[in-house]
Ligand binder design. Structure first.
Ligand SMILES: NC(=O)c1ccc[n+]([C@@H]2O[C@H](COP(=O)([O-])OP(=O)(O)OC[C@H]3O[C@@H](n4cnc5c(N)ncnc54)[C@H](OP(=O)(O)O)[C@@H]3O)[C@@H](O)[C@H]2O)c1
Length: 293
């Protein structure tokens, strides 16, 4: 089984970091606390925080450079967003060209203040992708030691297989939660499992939907999770939501998007919860609003 660049099974997601309004000192403290509890991998993308998140992380890291050796960094590129930070972009689009990917990797390394990232992902499938051009550039970036491994994000099973035939892919980072279970039904997870590839899962709590008081499906899922928590005398029902993803036989890595160390602890505690089939299906049934056929 592929171990995706030695990532921790729970990864800290940096998508929302600019909204956390942490000072570099506070962010360095958060990073260190994550590492101390075994969350050693940090998920970035060039576009996060309107192209500012990687620099904020790099500034925090500069305060405690010794943390770098204890962590794995993941970043992504391939989306050109319309932003004041990129005045040349007039239309939001995908760009998997060799030139763009190289420029993006080199810019990310400068922002993160590191010589290399352990894992680099193509953020979205690009309909105009030239697979051979991309494969050659990825090989060069790996050869130069700038990226440890390459993978993709948001690829369907077919898109994954097609690119995997041209360049070895370490993972496919996909959205998955009780609210977004398409990858369970459309073959994306099965394809990765049969190829020996470990998926990475984003928005495992539905991007916070799980906590929405006005959302009926969320209320049902909370109820199902709290029932399991009570039966097992667990300290947190949120851990059960992470355990729902971790229970899948493809053994996904989960990317937790919380700004709170206690929230990160919920994810780590899920590693010790092995849901029964009935528990797992009760959560899925709650999200679907009906039993499986
Ligand atoms: N590849 C892609 O296309 C893609 C797309 C989206 C995201 N991602 C990655 O996946 C990561 C995770 O995504 P996500 O942030 O949407 O994940 P998530 O973990 O599903 O949602 C995080 C949200 O849930 C909230 N939350 C967590 N525990 C809570 C609690 N006990 N009570 C109330 N609210 C709680 C968090 O708020 P608090 O901070 O207040 O806890 C945060 O707003 C991102 O950071 C990014 O790295 C990748």
């Amino acid at each position: 089984m592929n171990t995706i660049a030695n990532l921790s099974r729970v990864v800290a997601g940096m998508w929302r970091v600019m909204r956390w309004n942490m000072t570099p000192v506070e962010l360095a403290g958060f990073i260190e606390a994550c590492i101390d509890m075994g969350v050693t991998s940090f998920d970035h993308a060039d576009i996060y925080g309107d192209y500012a998140a990687e620099s904020a992380f790099g500034a925090a890291l500069a305060l405690q450079p010794s943390l770098r050796a204890r962590m794995q960094l993941i970043t992504k590129a391939g989306i050109r967003a319309v932003s004041p930070a990129r005045p040349g972009h007039r239309v939001k689009h995908y760009d998997s060209s060799a030139l763009h990917l190289r420029e993006s990797v080199e810019r990310s390394l400068r922002a993160l203040r590191t010589e290399h990232v352990e894992l680099f992902l193509l953020h979205r499938p690009d309909p105009l992708m030239d697979e051979d051009d991309l494969a050659r550039e990825i090989e060069k970036l790996i050869g130069e030691g700038k990226i440890g491994a390459f993978g993709v994000s948001n690829f369907t099973a077919r898109e994954f297989d097609a690119l995997h035939a041209c360049v070895p892919l370490a993972t496919n980072q996909i959205e998955l939660s009780p609210f977004h279970s398409a990858p369970i039904e459309n073959g994306a997870l099965v394809a990765m499992k049969s190829a020996g590839i470990t998926p990475m899962v984003w928005s495992p709590l539905g991007g916070g939907r799980l906590f929405d008081e006005k959302d009926d499906a969320a209320a049902r899922v909370r109820h199902a999770l709290q029932h399991i928590q009570a039966q097992r005398a667990l300290s947190s029902w949120v851990s059960v939501a992470y355990a729902w993803v971790l229970r899948l036989p493809s053994r996904p890595t989960v990317i937790a998007g919380t700004r709170r160390i206690e929230g990160m602890r919920d994810a780590v505690e899920a590693l010790d919860i092995d849901l029964t089939r009935e528990e797992w299906f009760s959560v899925w049934e709650a999200a679907r609003g009906r039993a499986v056929d």
